[in-house]
Design a protein around this ligand. Structure first.
Ligand code: COA
Ligand code: AMP
Length: 631
């Protein structure tokens, strides 16, 4: 039996032994009573009875154990022309003082704090400061519009919001404060305090009594110590798109999360304490939480906070510059970033300017890694390009080629094998396991390993309905795919109304809810179509109210504006067409999947349940007007 098979087998047959050993790499105030607590199935808990502090494990212990002068964070910001290095000792000072700031504003264990920030080290400091106090952070991606922020404020009810005055996104200057003000105005819950990091490029107007200046508060702060928390206490909430307008608040606990990320760092990514690791993502996404902040810092690595883009900041050599300048061993990003580089520099000429001798692996996730991008990247880099599949819910990879365990030959299109701890199984619609090579619904047999979601924030029932009830005894991923005869997993895409745009997870259902509020729209459908750069982009079809006549271009502009204002530019909603009718099944379900296939020019079968097949021809004609549905 190979090393992977042996480790995988033990991770399933001896969960307590396996994760109990992994937990020795974390420092505990009090050891757990039970490794896997299955006393309240299907709400499994890990390390119940244990007490620890995530911030202590990510910062303090490294200072105490010889890494005080090692760089913890490199802030590399081509948009502000800044490179700043922060040692573990300096990070400890910043985090303990900011924890003191939060404490002085009334934040204590169990309180929630929203962090709405661009890619600056202050975001990491704020997250770690919450963890230090046992407060629960909820980071909201800086690209979300006020409405999205307001929804998250109302659900998580923060005591404090931590934000910055603004950012430069690519070449655009963004002001955060007007968005925070608007969100607070829209929300029913009114956070009492706001801490604002004033950046040079834009000055925020402060609201008296509510807003406090980051620098002023830090200058006078009393450092705060780590507060012991239960392993099962929440560390953070991270909202992600579901199929409706109400995002799902994924909960992450402290103990299981620390154990799983620490384990994953050496076993999946093959990164050891002291090495330099870079995730080119954003702190607002799960990749940012797990592999910009917590994973590298729990391991005692150097992590990079990069405020830039793969192209245009200033050129498609940005990634190669950062890798060579900072000695990066592993880069993790989304395939779309590589498609962007390929589009601007197909020959890879920028790469030749840099010394990448220390660079060992490229890991990609966030969307399906299409074989073309895989081949281009692996030929260009001449080193392993590893596709791995996971979700906000799981917090760390479900399938991967585990470089720290045993490297398998790559099969393009597959994210290789289940990661130890994840018992991946493919089921048919009736919950029956399918044969190797047969496509079905991807599930993970319960219990999930540590670090995965124990539930949704204050929504146990929704957790059950979304993930467990479809196939009792299994976690339903909402992805479709298959496992081949060699045990390689191929994840083919979502089977619900969630789409992936440039590695960002978005809900078409939410977009439909917004389009439907337009005064002239009677009904609508939004679905994903293929896009050469972003993987998928949304397209809207609108049926007008009786008697209304509208110019298609004008209506499109209005709908685009509505989505940008409600969700944000990040939704990339740019196209909408008018149709007379929408194709539906006889029971009224809109055939989004069939329309996606029509738009992509793919073969499709006319569903037997359709009420009028002629509508599909009308949809095809409409999509041709905006350049889709080409055979
Ligand atoms: N704040 C505010 N707005 C943002 C934003 C942020 N943090 N991030 C993106 N936007 C805006 C962009 O400015 C753009 O606005 P526009 O329509 O006015 O031009 C819009 O949202 C769409 O952004 P994006 O999809 O990122 O497109 P892009 O053309 O600017 O860049 C890529 C394309 C491929 C370079 C970019 O998507 C990328 O770097 N992707 C990497 C993906 C990634 O990190 N995924 C995280 C999961 S691993
Ligand atoms: P998110 O929660 O934003 O990380 O998005 C999770 C979804 O992205 C998954 O359910 C998949 O649909 C998709 N995804 C992420 N990584 C991959 C991958 N490597 N291959 C295929 N799909 C992926």
């Amino acid at each position: 039996m190979g090393k992977y098979d042996e480790i995988f087998k033990r991770s399933i047959s001896d969960r307590d032994g396996f994760w109990g050993e992994a937990a020795e790499d974390i420092d505990w105030y009090k050891k757990w009573d039970r490794v896997l607590d299955d006393s309240n199935k299907p709400f499994y808990r890990w390390f119940s009875g244990g007490e620890m502090n995530t911030c202590y494990n990510a910062v303090d212990r490294h200072v105490e154990k010889g890494r005080a002068d090692q760089t913890a964070i490199i802030y590399d910001s081509p948009v502000t022309d800044t490179v700043q290095k922060i040692t573990y000792k300096e990070l400890l000072d910043l985090v303990s003082r900011f924890a003191g700031v939060l404490k002085s504003l009334g934040v204590s264990k169990g309180d929630t704090v929203i962090i709405y920030m661009p890619m600056v080290p202050h975001a990491a400091v704020a997250m770690l400061a919450c963890a230090r106090l046992g407060a629960v952070h909820s980071v909201v991606f800086g690209g979300f519009a006020p409405h999205e922020l307001a929804v998250r404020i109302d659900d998580s009810k923060p005591k404090v919001i931590v934000t910055a005055s603004g950012a430069i996104e690519g070449k655009k200057l963004l002001e955060y404060m007007p968005m925070v003000n608007k969100a607070v105005e829209l929300a029913e819950h009114k956070p009492e305090k706001c801490v604002v990091y004033q950046r040079q490029m834009v000055k925020a107007e402060m609201t008296k009594g509510r807003d406090h200046d980051w620098d002023e508060m830090m200058a006078n702060a009393e450092p705060a110590e780590c507060v012991p928390v239960k392993a099962t206490d929440p560390l953070y909430i991270l909202y992600t798109s579901g199929t409706t307008g109400k995002p799902k608040g994924i909960v992450r606990d402290n103990g299981g999360h620390a154990v799983a990320l620490r384990w994953s760092f050496e076993n999946i990514y093959d990164v050891k304490p002291g090495e330099v690791y870079w995730s080119a993502s954003d702190v607002g996404w799960v990749v940012g939480h797990s592999y910009i902040i917590y994973g590298p810092l729990l391991t005692g690595c150097t992590t990079i906070i990069f405020e830039g883009k793969p192209v245009g900041t200033p050129d498609p050599g940005a990634f190669w510059r950062v890798i060579s300048e900072h000695g990066v061993k592993v880069l993790f990003t989304a395939p779309t970033a590589f498609r962007a580089i390929k589009r601007e520099d197909p020959e890879g000429s920028y790469l030749k300017k840099y010394d990448l001798s220390g660079f060992k692996y490229l890991f990609l996730a966030g969307e399906r890694l299409d074989p073309d991008t895989y081949h281009w990247a692996s030929e260009l880099l001449d080193r392993p390009v590893i596709d791995h599949w996971w979700q906000t819910e799981t917090g760390w990879p479900i399938t991967a080629n585990c470089m720290g365990i045993e490297a398998f030959p790559v099969k393009p299109g597959s994210s290789t094998k289940p990661v130890p701890g994840f018992d991946v199984q493919i089921l048919d619609n009736n919950g029956k396991q399918v044969e190797a090579g047969t496509e079905g619904l991807v599930t993970v047999k319960l219990p999930l390993p540590p670090g995965t979601l124990p539930t949704l924030w204050k929504a146990d029932q929704r957790f059950l309905e979304s993930y467990i009830n479809p196939f009792p005894g299994y976690y339903f991923t909402s992805d479709g795919g298959y496992i081949d005869k060699d045990g390689y997993v191929f994840v083919m895409g979502r089977v619900d109304d969630v789409i992936n745009v440039a590695g960002h997870r978005l809900s078409t259902g939410e977009m439909e809810e917004i389009v439907a509020t337009h005064k002239d729209v009677a009904e609508c459908a939004v679905f994903g179509v293929e896009d050469g750069l972003k993987g998928q982009v949304p397209v809207g079809l609108a049926v007008l109210k009786t008697g209304i006549n509208r110019d298609e271009g004008e209506l499109q502009q209005e709908l685009v504006k509505m989505i940008r204002e409600e969700i944000g530019a990040i939704a990339c909603f740019k196209q909408a067409v008018i149709v007379d009718r929408l194709p539906k099944t006889r029971s009224g379900k809109i055939l989004r999947g069939t329309m996606s296939k029509i738009a992509d020019g793919k073969e499709y079968s006319v569903p037997s349940t359709i009420d009028d097949p002629a509508i599909l021809g009308e949809v095809e004609e409409a999509l041709k007007r905006i350049g889709y549905a080409k055979k």
